[in-house]
Design a protein around this ligand. Structure first.
Ligand code: A3P
Length: 289
Protein backbone atom coordinates (compact mmCIF):
# COMPACT_ATOMS: atom_id res chain seq x y z
CA UNK A 1 0.00 0.00 0.00
CA UNK A 2 1.11 3.51 -0.73
CA UNK A 3 2.33 5.63 2.15
CA UNK A 4 0.07 8.54 3.02
CA UNK A 5 1.35 11.90 1.95
CA UNK A 6 1.84 14.46 4.68
CA UNK A 7 -0.52 17.42 4.88
CA UNK A 8 0.87 20.53 3.21
CA UNK A 9 1.09 22.13 6.67
CA UNK A 10 4.33 24.02 6.29
CA UNK A 11 3.28 25.51 3.00
CA UNK A 12 0.10 26.99 4.45
CA UNK A 13 1.29 27.62 8.02
CA UNK A 14 1.62 31.38 7.47
CA UNK A 15 -1.83 31.66 5.95
CA UNK A 16 -3.45 29.63 8.74
CA UNK A 17 -1.69 31.63 11.45
CA UNK A 18 -2.97 34.90 9.98
CA UNK A 19 -6.66 33.95 10.22
CA UNK A 20 -9.07 34.85 13.07
CA UNK A 21 -9.18 31.99 15.55
CA UNK A 22 -11.76 30.57 17.93
CA UNK A 23 -10.77 28.11 20.61
CA UNK A 24 -13.49 25.55 20.98
CA UNK A 25 -14.16 21.82 20.69
CA UNK A 26 -12.48 21.83 17.27
CA UNK A 27 -10.33 24.96 17.14
CA UNK A 28 -11.66 27.00 14.28
CA UNK A 29 -10.14 29.54 11.89
CA UNK A 30 -12.31 31.92 9.92
CA UNK A 31 -11.41 31.39 6.27
CA UNK A 32 -13.38 33.14 3.55
CA UNK A 33 -16.48 33.42 5.72
CA UNK A 34 -16.50 29.90 7.21
CA UNK A 35 -15.17 28.45 10.48
CA UNK A 36 -12.93 25.62 9.39
CA UNK A 37 -11.27 23.27 11.88
CA UNK A 38 -7.67 24.41 12.07
CA UNK A 39 -6.42 20.87 11.73
CA UNK A 40 -8.09 20.39 8.34
CA UNK A 41 -7.49 23.85 6.95
CA UNK A 42 -4.26 23.07 5.04
CA UNK A 43 -6.08 20.22 3.32
CA UNK A 44 -9.03 22.45 2.46
CA UNK A 45 -6.76 25.12 0.98
CA UNK A 46 -4.80 22.55 -0.99
CA UNK A 47 -8.07 21.11 -2.33
CA UNK A 48 -9.35 24.57 -3.21
CA UNK A 49 -6.18 25.59 -5.02
CA UNK A 50 -5.01 22.42 -6.64
CA UNK A 51 -7.76 19.90 -7.16
CA UNK A 52 -8.68 19.23 -10.76
CA UNK A 53 -11.58 16.90 -11.37
CA UNK A 54 -11.32 14.16 -13.93
CA UNK A 55 -14.26 14.53 -16.21
CA UNK A 56 -16.77 13.18 -16.78
CA UNK A 57 -16.95 10.80 -13.90
CA UNK A 58 -15.48 12.33 -10.72
CA UNK A 59 -18.16 13.06 -8.12
CA UNK A 60 -17.63 15.27 -5.09
CA UNK A 61 -19.76 14.22 -2.10
CA UNK A 62 -20.31 17.06 0.34
CA UNK A 63 -22.04 17.29 3.70
CA UNK A 64 -22.29 19.48 6.72
CA UNK A 65 -20.71 17.45 9.54
CA UNK A 66 -23.04 14.94 11.23
CA UNK A 67 -25.67 15.24 8.51
CA UNK A 68 -25.28 11.85 6.85
CA UNK A 69 -21.75 11.80 5.44
CA UNK A 70 -21.16 8.16 6.27
CA UNK A 71 -24.46 7.06 4.80
CA UNK A 72 -24.02 9.12 1.63
CA UNK A 73 -20.53 7.77 1.12
CA UNK A 74 -21.75 4.23 1.49
CA UNK A 75 -24.68 4.79 -0.83
CA UNK A 76 -22.38 6.26 -3.43
CA UNK A 77 -20.12 3.24 -2.92
CA UNK A 78 -17.42 5.58 -1.85
CA UNK A 79 -14.42 5.55 0.35
CA UNK A 80 -12.92 8.40 2.34
CA UNK A 81 -10.39 10.73 0.82
CA UNK A 82 -9.90 13.81 2.94
CA UNK A 83 -7.14 15.79 4.53
CA UNK A 84 -5.44 16.91 1.35
CA UNK A 85 -3.68 13.68 0.54
CA UNK A 86 -3.10 15.02 -2.90
CA UNK A 87 -0.79 12.49 -4.41
CA UNK A 88 -2.98 9.68 -3.10
CA UNK A 89 -5.95 11.33 -4.76
CA UNK A 90 -4.05 11.49 -8.04
CA UNK A 91 -3.25 7.80 -7.90
CA UNK A 92 -6.86 6.73 -7.53
CA UNK A 93 -8.42 5.07 -10.53
CA UNK A 94 -11.56 6.57 -12.08
CA UNK A 95 -14.34 7.03 -11.26
CA UNK A 96 -13.30 8.83 -8.09
CA UNK A 97 -15.72 9.70 -5.29
CA UNK A 98 -14.26 12.48 -3.21
CA UNK A 99 -15.78 13.30 0.16
CA UNK A 100 -15.50 16.67 1.88
CA UNK A 101 -17.24 19.15 4.19
CA UNK A 102 -15.97 22.15 2.21
CA UNK A 103 -18.52 24.99 1.80
CA UNK A 104 -19.66 25.72 -1.75
CA UNK A 105 -17.79 29.02 -2.20
CA UNK A 106 -14.56 27.27 -1.20
CA UNK A 107 -14.87 24.49 -3.77
CA UNK A 108 -12.21 24.70 -6.47
CA UNK A 109 -13.20 26.67 -9.54
CA UNK A 110 -12.28 23.53 -11.45
CA UNK A 111 -15.22 21.77 -9.74
CA UNK A 112 -17.85 24.52 -9.87
CA UNK A 113 -16.86 26.14 -13.18
CA UNK A 114 -17.90 25.16 -16.69
CA UNK A 115 -15.45 22.31 -16.99
CA UNK A 116 -16.30 21.02 -13.53
CA UNK A 117 -17.82 17.83 -12.18
CA UNK A 118 -20.90 16.64 -10.30
CA UNK A 119 -21.52 17.36 -6.66
CA UNK A 120 -23.90 15.54 -4.29
CA UNK A 121 -24.76 17.36 -1.07
CA UNK A 122 -26.52 16.17 2.07
CA UNK A 123 -27.84 18.16 5.03
CA UNK A 124 -30.14 17.51 7.94
CA UNK A 125 -32.48 19.06 10.49
CA UNK A 126 -30.06 21.30 12.45
CA UNK A 127 -31.57 20.13 15.75
CA UNK A 128 -30.54 16.54 15.05
CA UNK A 129 -27.21 17.74 13.68
CA UNK A 130 -26.35 19.57 16.94
CA UNK A 131 -27.25 16.56 19.04
CA UNK A 132 -25.32 14.24 16.77
CA UNK A 133 -22.20 16.44 16.83
CA UNK A 134 -22.34 16.81 20.60
CA UNK A 135 -22.72 13.08 21.15
CA UNK A 136 -19.94 12.41 18.66
CA UNK A 137 -17.37 14.81 20.10
CA UNK A 138 -18.22 13.74 23.63
CA UNK A 139 -16.60 10.44 22.82
CA UNK A 140 -13.29 12.33 22.91
CA UNK A 141 -14.25 15.18 25.28
CA UNK A 142 -16.73 13.79 27.85
CA UNK A 143 -17.28 17.16 29.56
CA UNK A 144 -18.17 18.99 26.37
CA UNK A 145 -20.94 21.52 27.03
CA UNK A 146 -24.15 21.08 25.06
CA UNK A 147 -25.02 24.74 25.58
CA UNK A 148 -21.75 25.86 23.93
CA UNK A 149 -22.30 23.46 21.08
CA UNK A 150 -25.84 24.74 20.63
CA UNK A 151 -24.67 28.36 20.58
CA UNK A 152 -22.02 27.58 17.98
CA UNK A 153 -24.70 26.27 15.61
CA UNK A 154 -27.68 28.45 16.51
CA UNK A 155 -26.17 31.74 17.59
CA UNK A 156 -22.75 32.66 16.22
CA UNK A 157 -22.35 30.07 13.45
CA UNK A 158 -18.88 29.05 14.60
CA UNK A 159 -19.55 25.30 14.55
CA UNK A 160 -17.05 23.37 12.40
CA UNK A 161 -17.57 24.41 8.75
CA UNK A 162 -20.25 26.88 9.90
CA UNK A 163 -22.26 28.94 9.71
CA UNK A 164 -24.46 25.97 8.88
CA UNK A 165 -27.08 28.17 7.20
CA UNK A 166 -24.50 29.58 4.77
CA UNK A 167 -23.12 26.10 4.12
CA UNK A 168 -26.54 24.70 3.29
CA UNK A 169 -27.63 27.71 1.26
CA UNK A 170 -24.51 27.63 -0.90
CA UNK A 171 -25.36 24.14 -2.11
CA UNK A 172 -29.11 24.79 -2.22
CA UNK A 173 -28.69 27.78 -4.53
CA UNK A 174 -26.18 25.91 -6.67
CA UNK A 175 -28.62 23.00 -7.01
CA UNK A 176 -31.31 25.39 -8.23
CA UNK A 177 -28.98 27.13 -10.66
CA UNK A 178 -27.29 23.94 -11.97
CA UNK A 179 -29.53 20.94 -11.25
CA UNK A 180 -27.48 18.88 -13.69
CA UNK A 181 -24.37 19.55 -11.62
CA UNK A 182 -25.48 19.72 -7.97
CA UNK A 183 -27.85 17.22 -6.35
CA UNK A 184 -29.26 18.36 -3.00
CA UNK A 185 -30.40 15.67 -0.56
CA UNK A 186 -31.49 15.59 3.04
CA UNK A 187 -30.97 12.90 5.65
CA UNK A 188 -34.72 12.89 6.22
CA UNK A 189 -35.32 12.26 2.48
CA UNK A 190 -33.07 9.24 2.64
CA UNK A 191 -34.81 7.91 5.73
CA UNK A 192 -38.17 8.29 4.06
CA UNK A 193 -37.30 6.53 0.80
CA UNK A 194 -33.68 5.54 0.38
CA UNK A 195 -34.41 3.54 -2.78
CA UNK A 196 -35.87 6.50 -4.63
CA UNK A 197 -32.89 8.63 -3.78
CA UNK A 198 -30.39 5.92 -4.64
CA UNK A 199 -32.00 5.76 -8.07
CA UNK A 200 -31.93 9.54 -8.42
CA UNK A 201 -28.31 9.66 -7.34
CA UNK A 202 -27.31 6.92 -9.79
CA UNK A 203 -29.07 8.75 -12.63
CA UNK A 204 -27.48 12.01 -11.60
CA UNK A 205 -24.01 10.44 -11.57
CA UNK A 206 -24.60 9.12 -15.07
CA UNK A 207 -24.80 5.50 -13.96
CA UNK A 208 -28.50 4.70 -13.80
CA UNK A 209 -29.60 1.23 -12.74
CA UNK A 210 -30.40 -0.81 -15.84
CA UNK A 211 -33.79 -2.57 -16.20
CA UNK A 212 -31.99 -5.86 -15.57
CA UNK A 213 -30.43 -4.50 -12.36
CA UNK A 214 -33.79 -3.14 -11.27
CA UNK A 215 -35.40 -6.50 -11.93
CA UNK A 216 -32.67 -8.25 -9.97
CA UNK A 217 -33.33 -6.02 -6.94
CA UNK A 218 -30.05 -4.12 -7.12
CA UNK A 219 -31.51 -0.93 -5.66
CA UNK A 220 -32.97 -2.70 -2.63
CA UNK A 221 -29.71 -4.60 -2.21
CA UNK A 222 -27.71 -1.35 -2.19
CA UNK A 223 -30.06 0.19 0.36
CA UNK A 224 -29.84 -2.88 2.56
CA UNK A 225 -26.06 -3.02 2.32
CA UNK A 226 -25.85 0.60 3.48
CA UNK A 227 -28.54 0.40 6.14
CA UNK A 228 -27.72 1.67 9.59
CA UNK A 229 -27.97 -1.75 11.23
CA UNK A 230 -25.89 -3.42 8.58
CA UNK A 231 -23.12 -0.84 8.67
CA UNK A 232 -23.11 -0.55 12.44
CA UNK A 233 -22.78 -4.30 12.71
CA UNK A 234 -19.79 -4.63 10.41
CA UNK A 235 -16.69 -5.82 12.19
CA UNK A 236 -14.66 -2.97 10.71
CA UNK A 237 -17.04 -0.42 12.21
CA UNK A 238 -17.34 -2.08 15.60
CA UNK A 239 -13.65 -1.97 16.35
CA UNK A 240 -10.74 0.35 15.78
CA UNK A 241 -10.50 4.05 15.22
CA UNK A 242 -11.16 6.34 12.33
CA UNK A 243 -8.22 7.19 10.12
CA UNK A 244 -9.56 10.59 9.19
CA UNK A 245 -10.54 11.90 12.60
CA UNK A 246 -7.87 11.68 15.31
CA UNK A 247 -8.51 8.66 17.46
CA UNK A 248 -12.29 8.56 17.21
CA UNK A 249 -13.64 5.03 17.70
CA UNK A 250 -15.30 3.94 14.46
CA UNK A 251 -18.49 2.96 16.25
CA UNK A 252 -19.02 6.65 17.09
CA UNK A 253 -20.09 7.17 13.48
CA UNK A 254 -23.12 4.92 14.08
CA UNK A 255 -25.15 6.18 17.00
CA UNK A 256 -28.96 6.10 16.50
CA UNK A 257 -29.55 6.78 12.84
CA UNK A 258 -33.03 8.31 13.19
CA UNK A 259 -34.76 11.64 12.71
CA UNK A 260 -36.06 13.54 15.73
CA UNK A 261 -33.75 12.27 18.46
CA UNK A 262 -33.28 15.92 19.45
CA UNK A 263 -36.38 15.66 21.68
CA UNK A 264 -34.32 13.58 24.07
CA UNK A 265 -31.52 16.14 24.37
CA UNK A 266 -32.91 19.63 23.95
CA UNK A 267 -35.56 21.71 25.66
CA UNK A 268 -38.57 22.81 23.58
CA UNK A 269 -37.33 26.39 24.00
CA UNK A 270 -33.95 25.57 22.49
CA UNK A 271 -35.60 23.70 19.65
CA UNK A 272 -37.92 26.62 18.92
CA UNK A 273 -34.98 29.00 18.95
CA UNK A 274 -32.96 26.91 16.52
CA UNK A 275 -35.98 26.52 14.24
CA UNK A 276 -36.52 30.24 14.29
CA UNK A 277 -32.91 31.05 13.44
CA UNK A 278 -32.99 28.74 10.43
CA UNK A 279 -36.45 29.89 9.33
CA UNK A 280 -35.11 33.39 9.36
CA UNK A 281 -31.90 32.59 7.51
CA UNK A 282 -33.64 30.46 4.88
CA UNK A 283 -36.62 32.75 4.35
CA UNK A 284 -37.42 33.32 0.69
CA UNK A 285 -35.03 30.61 -0.54
CA UNK A 286 -37.65 27.87 -0.97
CA UNK A 287 -35.72 25.61 1.40
CA UNK A 288 -36.93 24.35 4.76
CA UNK A 289 -34.84 21.99 6.85
P1 A3P B 1 -27.02 10.20 14.93
O1 A3P B 1 -25.89 10.72 15.77
O2 A3P B 1 -28.22 11.10 15.00
O3 A3P B 1 -27.34 8.78 15.19
P2 A3P B 1 -22.01 11.78 9.65
O4 A3P B 1 -21.88 10.49 8.91
O5 A3P B 1 -22.17 12.98 8.75
O6 A3P B 1 -20.96 11.94 10.67
O7 A3P B 1 -23.43 11.73 10.40
C1 A3P B 1 -23.58 10.87 11.47
C2 A3P B 1 -25.04 10.53 11.65
O8 A3P B 1 -25.45 9.63 10.62
C3 A3P B 1 -25.26 9.84 12.96
O9 A3P B 1 -26.54 10.27 13.39
C4 A3P B 1 -25.21 8.38 12.53
O10 A3P B 1 -25.84 7.51 13.45
C5 A3P B 1 -25.94 8.43 11.22
N1 A3P B 1 -25.64 7.32 10.31
C6 A3P B 1 -24.44 6.74 10.06
N2 A3P B 1 -24.58 5.74 9.17
C7 A3P B 1 -25.88 5.67 8.86
C8 A3P B 1 -26.66 4.82 7.99
N3 A3P B 1 -26.09 3.85 7.29
N4 A3P B 1 -27.99 5.03 7.92
C9 A3P B 1 -28.58 6.02 8.63
N5 A3P B 1 -27.91 6.85 9.46
C10 A3P B 1 -26.58 6.68 9.57
Amino acid sequence: TAARDPLPRDEFAGLVASLPRKEQFLDGRLYQGFWLPEHYLPGVVAFQRRFTPRRPDDVVLVSFPKCGTTWLKALAFADVFTDGHEAMLDRLPSPRLINTHVPYPLLPEAVTGDGGCKVVYICRDPKDMVVSLHQFLRRLQPDLSFADMFDSVAVDGTAPYGPMWDHVLGYWRASLARPDRVLFLTYEDLLQDAGEHVRAMARFMGRPFSPAEEAAGAVEAAVELCSFEKMKGLEVNRRGTSGSYKSMPRDAFFRKGVAGDWVNHMSPEMAARLDEVFRDKLRGTGLTI
